[in-house]
Design a protein around this ligand. Structure first.
Ligand SMILES: N[C@@H](CCC(=O)N[C@@H](CS)C(=O)NCC(=O)O)C(=O)O
Length: 197
């Protein structure tokens, strides 16, 4: 699997590999972001050159992270993707919520790297509203139901916020989510180093 120690999406896939008992069979190839030159093997597997990209047995390339996670879970942690019914749509939608906010946070960081006069201030206001709304949804739903891919995606999202946006106190006003995150972070799969475990 092509990934990066700093990619939350690659971390999500590595966590699912651990939950599925597959981590030893997974070779994690750490690709720097931004890369000075494109990684040729990654580009051959995925023309979008996104991380993570998994080259499965038989040479089949799989992406993006929801597809990789479902493939890995299918081999040892199938409960993470409930089969059919409301539990499935809830799990997938919560994964999409977390992944969607992560996509936005990557754009946020890119915008912050531009010189201040060139930044689009209006973007930050709408991003902040969407971020807060998504986190409020997570607060409202914290701890409901059995562990699934939505929970893993939200756990990854919250630790990315701690890592990249330490000045933003997402825990303020969200006590259930804060307690929930402290608990899920104790799982061995979330404690593990995504690259070296
Ligand atoms: N929707 C994709 C998003 C993947 C993504 O944006 N990965 C980032 C790293 S966190 C990436 O590859 N960035 C490098 C680039 O876009 O060139 C997924 O879930 O896998």
């Amino acid at each position: 699997m092509f990934g990066s120690s700093r990619s939350p999406f690659a971390r999500k896939a590595a966590i699912v590999a651990l939950e599925a008992g597959l981590r030893e069979r997974l070779e994690f190839i750490d690709v720097p972001i931004p890369a000075p030159t494109p990684n040729a093997a990654l580009a051959a597997a995925n023309p979008l050159r996104k991380l993570p990209t998994l080259v499965a047995e038989g040479g089949v390339a799989l992406f993006d992270s929801p597809v990789i996670c479902e493939y890995l879970a299918d081999q040892g942690a199938a409960h993470l993707f409930p089969v059919g019914g409301p539990a499935r749509w809830r799990a997938l939608t919560r994964q999409a919520l977390a992944d969607g906010l992560l996509d936005m946070l990557l754009l946020w960081r890119a915008e912050m790297r531009r010189p201040e006069p060139e930044r689009n201030a209006a973007l930050f206001a709408t991003w902040a509203q969407r971020r807060d709304g998504a986190l409020d949804r997570c607060e409202a739903e914290a701890g409901v139901g059995a562990l699934d891919i939505g929970d893993i995606a939200i756990g990854v999202l919250l630790s990315y916020l701690d890592f990249r946006f330490p000045e933003f106190d997402w825990r303020a006003g969200r006590p259930r989510l804060a307690d929930w995150q402290a608990a899920i972070e104790r799982r061995p799969s979330l404690r593990a180093d995504p690259v070296r475990s």
